[in-house]
Design a protein around this ligand. Structure first.
Ligand code: MRU
Length: 365
């Protein structure tokens, strides 16, 4: 995707051929800054502090974190320590573990001298694959938009999304936003309702930023407005991303997703979830019982950061002093509320059979 005409991915290797840079997402939408990561510790901090976020990008950043750990020390002990540290940064997105496992499998059988080059090669492939996977998700999801557009000729297709599952959450394109970009680029009249996504406002600050830069018509709404819009026929479909999808189709995504799925179900609005295969946790069936839900600092709930009209970035308290606050990062939407999953291999019901039809290689465990 382009920022002011310059094509960007969300993570890239610098000219020194070993450190990486990322877009600092904590500064968006007010400032576009990049940040150099030069160690596994830097990568871990960037993930924890949400300089980078979104399930696929967390995995890609951890992969390069492992590369930088091996560059300093290519021993088994260094590999294991870096794996453990990076895996502990955020608990819900399974892409993190997937990427670290892929890296470890690629380098562990090699002697220490061969590990660094192999690690950088594997990390680059993780990034390139993610771009291609998201592009394919976009192509499959596009057909859904096209069908809706054909069913209401001349009228706008209104889609609601939650959090940020766009190119900023991946390496490029995005998962849930890829079909939206493709529909828009193909000339379909798309308009996006963007949930603000409290407490960190990934919708208002990141999704709106992305869509605005690409020229996609959109409107930011408070998180609790979606049900009202659905009741009044103003949402044709919902589409969200996911941080972990179980083998039976339960979907963990940013807190508040479940409530949107309930409202969609009550109003007969289709609710789609877009994901790459790296987000599927084949070891779990029951997402509510089995998916670990990240809890973050209460400070993110009791305070907000923004820019004053004078241009100053300030953080202010917004709650009654002394009141406790809880900050659950994700919730689980049961498969029964999901109309279909959109993956790089196609669109399928959110069921074990549906997923196995797309991924038959998982049939034997
Ligand atoms: O806490 P975040 O910002 O990392 O959460 C991101 C989401 O919930 C996204 O919807 C999810 O990672 C899917 S990303 C393509």
């Amino acid at each position: 995707m382009k920022i002011d005409g310059v094509p960007y991915r969300t993570i890239w290797v610098n000219d020194d051929q070993w450190s990486v840079s990322v877009i600092d997402q904590t500064k968006l939408p007010h400032e576009f800054q990049t940040l150099r990561l030069a160690s596994a510790d830097d990568a871990a901090c960037a993930i924890k502090d949400m300089v980078v976020r979104g399930a696929p990008l967390i995995g890609a950043t951890a992969a390069y974190g492992l590369c930088m750990a091996l560059r300093e020390d290519a021993s088994d002990a260094s590999l294991d320590d870096a794996y453990t540290m990076l895996a502990a940064t955020r608990p819900t997105a399974i892409n993190l573990k997937w990427a670290l496992d892929a890296m470890r499998n690629a380098v562990k059988p090699l002697g220490p001298n061969a590990r660094v080059a192999a690690a950088y090669e594997r990390a680059a492939k993780i990034c390139d694959d993610d771009v291609e996977i998201c592009r394919r998700i976009g192509e499959h999801g596009f057909k859904i938009f096209d069908a809706i557009a054909k069913s209401k000729p001349g009228k706008t297709v209104n889609v609601l999304t939650h959090c940020n599952a766009g190119w900023l959450a991946c390496v490029d394109w995005g998962t849930a936003l890829a079909p939206i970009y493709m529909a828009h680029d193909a000339g379909l009249p798309v308009h996006v309702w963007v949930d603000e996504t409290r407490p960190r406002n990934q919708g208002a600050s990141l999704t709106a930023f992305e869509l605005g830069r690409h020229g996609v018509p959109h409107t930011i709404i408070p998180d609790n407005a979606g049900g009202h819009l659905m009741q009044h026929g103003q949402v044709d479909l919902c589409i969200v991303g996911t941080d972990r999808t179980t083998a039976s189709g339960d979907v963990a995504n940013k807190i508040g997703t479940y409530l949107k799925a309930l409202a969609a179900h009550d109003n007969g609005v289709p609710f789609y979830v877009a994901l790459p295969y790296t987000t599927i946790d084949w070891t779990l069936d029951d997402g509510v019982a089995g998916i670990p839900i990240e809890q973050r600092s209460a400070f993110e709930v009791t305070h907000m950061t923004g820019r004053t009209d004078a241009g100053e970035i300030v953080t202010v308290g917004i709650s009654a002093p002394g009141s406790a606050a809880a900050n659950y990062g994700f919730d689980v939407t049961p498969a029964r509320l999901v109309t279909a999953l959109i993956t790089e291999r196609g669109v399928t019901p959110a069921t074990r059979d549906g997923l196995l039809t797309l991924y038959p290689e998982q049939k034997n465990g």
